[in-house]
Structure formats: C-alpha cells, structure tokens
Write a protein of this length. Structure first.
Length: 143
C-alpha cells in the first residue's frame, strides 16, 4: 500500500533547492523517519537536483519535478526526480577512485557516489522524453 505522493515542480535554479529539502523533511517527518534518514535523503536529492541544474539544463533552464511516495508495506520512501534535459544515466558513471588525493582525482562522479552510499536503492529510466531517477530510502528500525 502506498500513500498518495507529494510533488513539487521547480525551475532549474539553484535557489529552488531549499524548497525541495523542505518538502523532503515535511513528508519524511510525517512518516516518522529518523533524522539521519531525512538528512541523508536531503543530501542525495540536493546532489541529484544540483546536477540536473548545472549539467543537465545548464544555461538553458527547464523544469524539474520531485515527487515523494511512502510505501507502508516496505517502510520505504521513494523519491522520483524527473527532468527533460538530454538523456543521461548517472548510474553509468564509474566510481571515483577515493584512494587518490583530491588533486589527483578526476573531476566529477563524487556526487552520485555519495548518493549511492546514503540511499538504499537508485534506479534510472528514460520515459516519455524524461530522465527519471528513482531513489529509495528504507526507514531504519529502532531498537
């Protein structure tokens, strides 16, 4: 069983990110997610949305839709980030070599690496001329 999703449509503008974070906090608090889960999810979604703004749309701008849906049967929050930028699957990026020093490392890839670390599942699909990244965070069990 799933709750009705909460959704937010934003402009491709870095100043819109606090609205996304506020939505995540509100919805996840309403489902009694621990603060750590909420912060991890905010961090991951902020990274994804920032990448769409900076690299997907660039100067051209566009719309980004972020929706959240709670799945009670799995005690999990599913977050969908949709955009109409050029098709791009961030999950195809190679993992960065974090053993290298900051000056030796290739630029890029750390954001999706971090997102993979803090989320329980990430999937990409291209549907209806949209990039759709689906992030899942399972509620930690207390005790």
């Amino acid at each position: 069983m799933s709750e009705r999703p909460a959704a937010l449509s934003i402009r491709s503008d870095i100043n819109e990110i606090p609205r996304v974070s506020d939505l995540i906090e509100s919805v996840m608090q309403g489902q009694q997610f621990p603060d750590e889960d909420i912060l991890d999810t905010q961090l991951a979604v902020e990274e994804v949305v920032t990448n769409v703004i900076m690299h997907g749309y660039g100067e051209g701008g566009g719309e980004i839709v972020v929706s959240l849906c709670y799945h009670a049967d799995e005690s999990a929050m599913e977050i969908r980030v949709e955009d109409r930028a050029e098709p791009f699957d961030p999950l195809t990026l190679p993992e960065p070599d974090i053993s290298l020093g900051i000056d030796e490392r290739k630029i890029g890839g750390l954001g999706i690496f971090l997102t993979r670390q803090v989320m329980d599942d990430i999937r990409y699909q291209y549907e209806d001329n949209k990039n759709v990244l689906i992030l899942t965070k399972k509620k930690k069990r207390s005790g």
